[in-house]
Design a protein around this ligand. Structure first.
Ligand SMILES: CC(C)(COP(=O)(O)OP(=O)(O)OC[C@H]1O[C@@H](n2cnc3c(N)ncnc32)[C@H](O)[C@@H]1OP(=O)(O)O)[C@@H](O)C(=O)NCCC(=O)NCCS
Length: 436
């Protein structure tokens, strides 16, 4: 962190002495005011529910400029990575800070691909779930359960152990997601194949059966790989902050990642693509494109509780760069599968067109986010709606583990412990007559 020349001064209207606070500069993006000594100096906390103005850490992994609509992984624009690198290159980059050279690339791909199998005991663990359990409930359990398999060898203070945990997680997530899917539909699990690409292997574990050979469609393989790249990291979002906070106690890394999976499930975060597709299906069922105007009126009516899912973002106040790439992939996949006239895709385009011109959305800077099109792509590939967030979790695992490892390696890291503004009852006595 670089100390800025200027300082911030906080003064009080009641005459209490003012305090000076240092300012730090990042390499790009807003500076931060260091308030760490504020409580000691003033006896006061800052109040920032939802972290609207709070940087919870320093990080060198991902940078977002929400006004520009820019997303950089380790400095590289997402548009370049999505077209020039594959998901495992992106994982290497996020974990190590640099793109791999030819040798490193081969080694890393091999390392991940050779760790895709999970302990056989995992399938017995799965059997405890109802077949109709939501895949995110299953995944939260399965990822948490990995901590039972890999606890003894996980010393989070040892960088080599942290690296091994990262590889295991990236390698095993596709296997777990596919197992959760196969379990739900009552088909046998497909063991991973080391001669396939990361995305190709996942497609086979999802859609292959032991009865016949599975041929990976390169267009779908590329589309899935792109979905993985676009979801790989997104700086300090809710699930990443959850992983950091959970991991800050020194817990087992697999348990910390399970906390991230649980957080991602919510419809304001990773559950948005599922919610978006459900929304499109509902509009379609109630009359499709002809009902778009009526639906938009509901969205704009604050009392209706209806939101245009896949629109709006805490950070992007411009077109989410991932949404553009996803729209491209969407066109490619629908064309490959002969689904160009897919009614949901047409409906999504119509909704987007209206929203981008409507004052309500323009004034609030609400633009499509990545989830707006990713659901349509996944549905076309054959992924059931309830598994969308599971795919997101698979892809985001690298971001979570990279951020967790960055935190653990940071000499300034402390257990996360926010404070509060207490608004409850002051001390009082239990009434004398109240007895068990
Ligand atoms: C992502 C999201 C949670 C961000 O929330 P936030 O940063 O707290 O922003 P706010 O909820 O304060 O939104 C600002 C304003 O836009 C409105 N708004 C935000 N997203 C909206 C949406 N999708 N549809 C309709 N109105 C929306 C809010 O009602 C609010 O209006 P107001 O100022 O009149 O009260 C929110 O945009 C949302 O719920 N989007 C839909 C879910 C989604 O796609 N999530 C995926 C994120 S990757």
């Amino acid at each position: 962190m670089k100390l800025a020349d200027n300082k911030a001064t906080l003064s009080f209207s009641n005459g209490s002495p003012s305090v000076e606070m240092p300012i730090y500069q990042g390499s790009i993006g807003p500076d931060v005011i260091d308030i760490r000594k504020l409580y000691a100096q003033t006896g006061m906390f800052t109040y920032d529910p939802g972290f609207l103005s709070t940087a919870s850490c320093q990080s060198a992994i991902t940078y977002i400029d929400g006004d520009k609509g820019e997303l950089l992984y380790r400095g590289y624009p997402i548009e370049q990575l999505a077209t020039q690198a594959d998901y495992l290159d992106t994982c290497f980059l996020l974990l190590n800070g640099e793109l791999p050279n030819e040798q490193e690339r081969g080694d890393f791909h091999k390392l991940v691909i050779n760790h895709t199998m999970v302990n056989e005991q995992m399938q017995f663990f799965l059997r405890g779930f109802r077949r109709d359990a939501h895949p995110m409930a299953v995944l939260t359990g399965l990822v948490g359960a990995l901590s039972a398999f890999y606890h003894d060898s996980t010393d989070i203070n040892n960088p080599e152990h942290r690296r091994i945990a990262a590889i295991r997680l990236i390698a095993k997530m596709p296997t777990l997601v596919a197992m959760a899917y196969k379990y739900g539909i009552g088909q046998p699990y497909m063991y991973p194949r080391n001669d396939l690409s990361y995305a190709g292997n996942f497609l086979r574990m999802m859609f292959g059966t032991p009865c016949e050979d599975y041929k990976v469609n390169p267009v779908l393989e590329r589309a899935l790989d792109r979905i993985f790249i676009l979801h790989a990291d997104h700086e300090q979002n809710a699930s990443t902050s959850t992983v950091r906070l959970c991991g800050s106690s020194g817990t087992n890394p697999f348990a910390a990642i399970a906390a991230g999976v649980a957080c991602l499930w919510g419809p304001s975060h990773g559950g948005a693509n599922e919610a978006c597709l459900n929304m499109l299906e509902e509009i379609q069922a109630s009359g499709g494109v002809a009902k778009v105007g009526e639906f938009m009126n509901q969205v704009k009516d604050k009392n209706s509780g209806v939101k245009l899912m896949g629109f709006g973002h805490r950070v992007y106040k411009n077109y989410d760069p991932r949404a553009k790439l996803m729209q491209e992939t969407c066109n490619e996949v629908l064309q490959e599968l002969g689904l160009e006239n897919d009614p949901l895709f047409k409906l999504a385009k119509e909704l987007e067109k209206i929203a981008l011109e409507d004052d309500y959305f323009v004034q609030r800077k609400l633009y499509p986010n990545v989830d707006f099109y990713s659901g349509i792509v996944q549905r076309a590939i054959g992924i059931p709606v309830s598994l969308f967030t599971g795919i997101f979790a698979l892809a985001r695992t690298v971001g979570w583990i990279a951020q967790l490892n960055e935190m653990l390696a940071d000499p300034e890291y402390k257990i996360g412990r926010p404070r509060q503004l207490f608004t409850g009852s002051p001390r009082r006595d239990v009434p004398a007559g109240f007895k068990r």
